[in-house]
Design a protein around this ligand. Sequence first.
Ligand SMILES: Nc1ncnc2c1ncn2[C@@H]1O[C@H](COP(=O)(O)OP(=O)(O)OP(=O)(O)O)[C@@H](O)[C@H]1O
Ligand SMILES: [Mg+2]
Length: 254
Amino acid sequence: MTGPLVEVQGLIKGFESSAGHLLVLRDLTFRVGAGEFVAVVGPSGCGKTTLLRILAGLLPPSGGSVAVAGCDPRLARREKQVGFVFQTPALLPWRTVLENVRLALEVNRVSRPALKPEDLLELMGLAEFADYYPHQLSGGMAQRVALARALVFDPKLLLMDEPFSALDELTRSAMRYELLRVWEQTRKTVVFVTHSIPEAVILADRVLVLSRRPAHLAGELVVNLPRPRTEDMEDSVPFQEAVRWLKLRLRAAA
Ligand SMILES: Nc1ncnc2c1ncn2[C@@H]1O[C@H](COP(=O)(O)OP(=O)(O)OP(=O)(O)O)[C@@H](O)[C@H]1O
Ligand SMILES: [Mg+2]
């Protein structure tokens, strides 16, 4: 791990609406090291998606400072340093798997991408489905296409917002290990939002616990499990202790 890739200092975010001012994030400070996998958990509505949107340069902070790869998140986004995977894959139904992964390249007129869409599909185990249309895919496959699409510019930072929450439990578990396999090979810096504490623990190097809105950092846990992570670690004492600790923290912060 080299220096921090994400630096958030005293971040404040509020929204103005006809109903008045809504404070969502208050004084949030944390760093994410280059190559680190950080999971974020917190009560529903506390501001996790808002935080990711700020890191992605899609929303401006109301106060404090945020840097991604040493610069303003909007600049980092323009320079394709940030990939985003949402809860639902949002693939274009009239484009094939390969065409969906290629879309952002076409929009940005990039003819020689850092990572070839075909290679990314291979990495995702989707090579033979390149010509399928989204309606012909399972939920897990569609989400793997979304991941390939997010990686196509070879971004430094990968932001994932509950990417597996729409999947059934078995597929969801398989996707965790699939993501870990891809992460071992690409070593992106990842910020991963989830409602599942076991998911946070098995994936992450470190878990941040946000409080209820207005969110602040209510706890932080370094996950002491070796890499590569395996399914049998979920039965281990360190795993279960981490889960228990985070559940208590989250309950106290909700
Ligand atoms: N564009 C917006 N304008 C006004 N309020 C907003 C906007 N975006 C989010 N909010 C409010 O900010 C708060 C946090 O929303 P956010 O989506 O970040 O929560 P979350 O932690 O991701 O929730 P969940 O776990 O349910 O996904 C909510 O009260 C929401 O209504
Ligand atoms: Mg959300």
